[in-house]
Design a protein around this ligand. Structure first.
Ligand SMILES: Nc1nc2c(ncn2[C@@H]2O[C@H](COP(=O)(O)OP(=O)(O)OP(=O)(O)O)[C@@H](O)[C@H]2O)c(=O)[nH]1
Ligand SMILES: [Mg+2]
Length: 551
């Protein structure tokens, strides 16, 4: 049996290769309430990472570059992020997978899906505002998933709240221990720099920094006698006092606690003026968790497990409007990905060849030959992949599904122009597949028009805009007077048994499952109370092996 030792040797070699790859990979999502500066920080991280040479702006003036991660036309028009973006780049010996997410609550499904693919989260706060509602919600999702959280207080170039008070708010309200890695000296007009506690140096802020290019910081040591000349006296004394408080009363940095999501390293800076960005990036790379184990129905899968596996967390149509492409975003979880490899598709049981894999950089893509755990790659999706699908080699496994949210707004989407029937159908199918919006249908077979079911109004606007812009169809929206949806856990059978129900209508989701819509929570509770056999559920049960119905 001469093959066995050879196989064992190959396996050991692969394991070593995987371990090295994992050691050099960092994957993180940036999360926060709208407008805290996620996209701006992302752009500056790309600048310092050497991935771009000139930073664009979220609200670009004419002849100015747009931010790389807000590539969609509607994002650029409105100056907000609508869909999450993946950016891969190399920096200082690391391969970084950065996920910029939208903050608006109407797009939170997209953000939640993206968090499923992240090993670390960077939580941004506007230093003038502190903790905001959407940040709290996203923090809860990170906590549920046990993701390490890094905090960046942004917009220090504007008047902000006291740094100690900001940290205290996190400790008190999120129950998260804090450790300040750097510390600001003044804010707003009097923002003079940040102190790097790792190297015990002060980085002086220069207001002239324009922001589109890297700034070279002036750095002085804490013991340098020039400090008193370079900083305003009162700020310097305030800083000394703060530092004493931190060193006396603050906790020590404990990376185990950070990796368990119980302690957050804290940074201060101003993404717009590039200040504190490089200091953040360097410390973050040292402290962040490497690609970690992922939960599956076969238990925890280690990244160095030799068989390739991964899952789809996001789909996006028309990233390249010229080619009308559909891309599936795959998070590699274990083993080595190789171009053209043939894998099994857990939901359908089919085998799929993974040709034309792509490295992602906002809207831009390049082909790639291999990828490792922690990487996010793009694959062409001719309708094979759905959100949550697992692909694997070797023994069958499935990663935890990604649930859909309970929608709160409903409207018929109509196509007033019969000659556009084909485009309408294609648009609805692809946007449904993406999860840009959920699609339901009347239980009455005669009514074939799709019902858009959304978490927020902006989702409707995005669908109508994209239907027109990407599929050439002007659509009409006909709102329905419902605000609560419940999946019938007992299925059609239970519904039949229950007989006539009042104050509700029955619709079908895209998998043909019954869903009840109610005008209000009260009606819902009444039906639920009187018909326990229906087993009403606010979140769609995650299923495997089912194909969505044709639009
Ligand atoms: N003064 C100041 N403004 C900033 C800073 N960082 C970002 N901004 C501005 O804040 C606004 C929002 O920034 P974005 O980067 O789009 O915020 P976001 O968190 O990505 O927003 P959404 O993706 O829509 O949730 C823009 O006008 C930025 O120019 C900063 O450090 N200082
Ligand atoms: Mg953004």
């Amino acid at each position: 049996m001469s093959i066995e030792p050879q196989t064992a040797e190959l396996q050991a070699e692969l394991k070593k290769e995987l371990q090295t790859a994992v050691d050099h990979r960092r994957n993180f999502a940036i999360i926060s309430h709208p407008d805290a500066g996620k996209t701006t920080l992302t752009e500056k991280l790309l600048l310092y990472g050497g991935a771009i040479h000139e930073a664009g702006a979220v609200k670009a003036r004419r002849a100015q570059r747009h931010a790389t991660s807000d590539w969609m036309e509607m994002e650029q028009q409105r100056g907000i992020s609508i869909t999450s973006t993946v950016l891969q780049f190399a920096y200082s010996g690391y391969y970084i997978n950065l996920l910029d997410t939208p903050g608006h609550k109407d797009f939170s499904e997209d953000t939640y899906r993206t968090l499923a693919a992240a090993d670390n989260a960077v939580m941004l706060e506007d230093a003038a505002k502190g903790l905001e509602p959407q940040t709290r919600k996203l923090f809860e999702v990170c906590r549920m998933r046990g993701i390490p959280i890094f905090t960046f207080f942004n917009k220090l170039d504007r008047p902000g709240r006291e740094p100690l008070e900001l940290m205290d708010e996190i400790e008190r309200e999120l129950g998260l221990q804090t450790y300040a890695v750097n510390w600001p000296i003044g804010t707003g007009d009097r923002f003079q720099g940040v102190f790097d506690r790792r190297k015990r140096q002060i980085h002086l802020f220069e207001r002239s920094a324009h922001g589109s290019r890297e700034a070279i910081d002036t750095v002085i040591d804490l013991g340098d006698p020039r400090i008193e000349e370079l900083l305003d006296k009162d700020l310097y004394y305030q800083f000394k006092e703060d530092l004493e408080v931190l060193e006396m009363a603050g906790s020590e940095l404990d990376l185990d606690l950070v990796h368990q999501g119980k302690m957050t390293p804290v940074f201060f800076g101003s993404a717009m003026t590039n200040f504190g960005v490089e200091l953040f990036l360097d410390a973050f790379l040292d402290y962040a968790l490497r690609p970690s184990n992922r939960r599956s129905n076969k238990g925890e899968i280690e990244p160095t497990f030799p068989d390739f596996s991964g899952f789809v967390f996001k789909l996006q149509a028309n990233m390249d409007p010229k080619h009308r492409d559909r891309i599936a975003f795959i998070r590699v979880c274990s083993g080595k990905f190789e171009k053209d490899m043939v894998v099994s598709h857990a939901r359908t049981g089919k085998t799929v060849r993974l040709s034309h894999p792509q490295k992602l950089f906002g809207q831009g893509r390049e082909s790639l030959d291999q990828a490792y755990p922690g990487d996010v790659i793009g694959l062409n999706n001719p309708g094979v992949f759905a959100i949550g699908d697992t692909i694997y080699n070797g023994q069958k496994l499935e990663y935890e599904g990604i649930p859909s949210f309970s929608p709160e707004l409903f409207a018929f989407l109509r196509n007033p122009n019969p000659s556009k029937f084909k485009q309408f159908q294609k648009g609805v199918t692809e946007l449904r597949e993406e999860g840009a919006v959920q699609i339901m249908y009347s239980a009455d077979e005669a009514k074939r028009e799709p019902i858009l079911a959304a978490v927020g109004q902006l989702q409707f606007e995005v669908v109508q805009f994209r239907m027109k812009n990407e599929y050439g169809v002007e659509t009409l929206l006909d709102p329905l007077p419902y605000s609560v949806a419940r999946w019938v856990g007992g299925g059609w059978e239970a519904l039949q048994k229950a007989g006539r129900l009042f104050n509700t209508v029955t619709v079908k989701d895209s998998l043909g499952r019954p869903v009840l819509l109610f005008k209000n929570e009260w009606n819902c509770q009444q039906v639920d109370g009187e018909n326990p056999g229906l087993q009403l559920k606010a979140i769609a049960p995650v299923t495997s092996g089912q194909e969505p119905e044709a639009v």
